[in-house]
Structure formats: C-alpha cells, structure tokens
Design a binder for this molecule. Structure first.
Ligand code: DQA
Length: 145
C-alpha cells in the first residue's frame, strides 16, 4: 500500500522565492511541493504538503496525523528553535519524523543552533536548499519500507 508523508512547513516559508533568496533560494514553496510530490510518487509515496504561520495549527496537524500518515517531514522555520509544543506533539504521536532546513542552521546565528525537533526526529537534513526536501523523501522511503 502507498505510504503517506505529512510535510509541514512553518512560519514565513510561504514567502519563499522572495524571502532572503541569498539564504533560502529563489524557488517558491509551490515549486518545492511539486518537485517533492513528483519524487515521492516515483517511490510510491504520497505527500500531503502544508504550511502554517500558526504554532497551534501545526500542533493540531501533528495530533491528527496518527493513523493517517506514516511519516512526517517538518521544516518548522523559527519554531524549530522555540517550540516545546511541537516537540511534545511529535513525541505524543510517535510518527517517524525527518527534520529539514533549507539553510545550514549550524553555520548561522547561535540561536539557530538548537532545535527542539532534533531531539525527537530520526535525523536532520540541513543546508542543501530545496534539495533537502527531496533527500527527505529518500530518507522516509528508507524508514517506512
Ligand atoms: C529555516 C531555518 C530557521 O532558523 C529559520 O527561522 C527559518 C527557515 C530553514 O529552512 O533554513 O524560517 O528553518
């Protein structure tokens, strides 16, 4: 049966394309969604791709993912560095999670070096731009097979 990936994008990722393109690249989130969906389909995986600027909405999506999705790919944006609530939701549902960042968070300001998501994720892909989302599809394929 086709496995399903819930892809969660956090605050400000809706601005990709125009937001600090030197750091985050010129592609829009819609471009990334299309490429990821195509790659997933080639590996017999489905993608449910979402973005929200609201922490509580993301917590709700994670809670509802139980029984519906086999893996979560998350770029929580700035909430990566602040959200105990997202970490706790991921712990509560126990769905294997791959963390993605476009930029290399360890090369940037000190406050970006800590991630609450990493402590519950299977692993993190950081610094490869939008290609990181495609790498996450490969990672999920390995995890759920
Ligand atoms: C980001 C890195 C975060 O520090 C930042 O707040 C973002 C994007 C990334 O994809 O590189 O919004 O998650």
């Amino acid at each position: 049966m086709t496995k399903s990936i819930l892809v969660i994008n956090g605050p400000n990722l809706n601005l990709l394309g125009t937001r600090e393109p030197d750091i985050y690249g010129a592609e829009t989130l819609a471009d990334i969604k299309d490429r990821m969906t195509e790659k997933a389909a080639s590996l017999d995986l489905e993608v449910d791709f979402r973005q929200s600027n609201i922490e509580g909405e993301i917590v709700g999506w994670i809670q509802d993912a139980r029984g519906r999705h086999d893996a979560i790919v998350i770029n929580a944006g700035a909430l990566t560095h602040t959200s105990v609530a997202i970490m706790d939701a991921l712990l509560a549902v126990g769905i294997p999670t791959v963390e993605v960042h476009l930029s290399n968070i360890f090369k940037r300001e000190e406050f970006r070096h800590h991630s609450y998501i990493s402590s519950v994720a299977v692993g993190m892909i950081t610094g490869f731009g939008s290609a990181g989302y495609l790498m996450a599809v490969d990672a999920v394929k390995n995890i759920v097979k």
